[in-house]
Design a protein around this ligand. Structure first.
Ligand code: FES
Length: 102
């Protein structure tokens, strides 16, 4: 059953135009700010396991550093092939903490 867990402190979020890799609750996440909202997605690329949190952010998509698959941070769907999808977690900032329903 999903539960809210702390992902990182709000101060650890990257600037609006970047993503970051965060380890929490025994797994790796990719976090970003997008239009003032916090985005938390699975940090492992569903293509071949690349580290999405070490990628770049382009037009609301995180681009995997290994083979450049680009995933929409709001839907998780890969730009060029909808059969590739990264999990998007419900997320919020509360009391200075980024939390996600994991
Ligand atoms: S591992 Fe991410 S695009 Fe290939």
């Amino acid at each position: 059953m999903a539960e809210w867990v702390k992902i990182c402190a709000e101060t650890e979020l990257p600037p609006e135009d970047e993503v970051a890799e965060v380890e929490a609750a025994g797994r790796v996440f990719c976090v970003a700010r997008l239009g003032g909202a916090v985005c938390v997605v699975d940090g492992t690329c569903p293509h071949e396991g690349g580290p999405l949190g070490q990628g770049v952010l382009e037009d609301g998509r995180v681009v995997c550093p290994w083979h450049a698959f680009a995933y929409d941070l709001r839907t998780g769907v890969a730009e060029h092939d909808a059969s590739f999808k990264v999990h998007v977690f419900e997320a919020e900032v509360r009391d200075g903490e980024v939390r996600a329903k994991v």
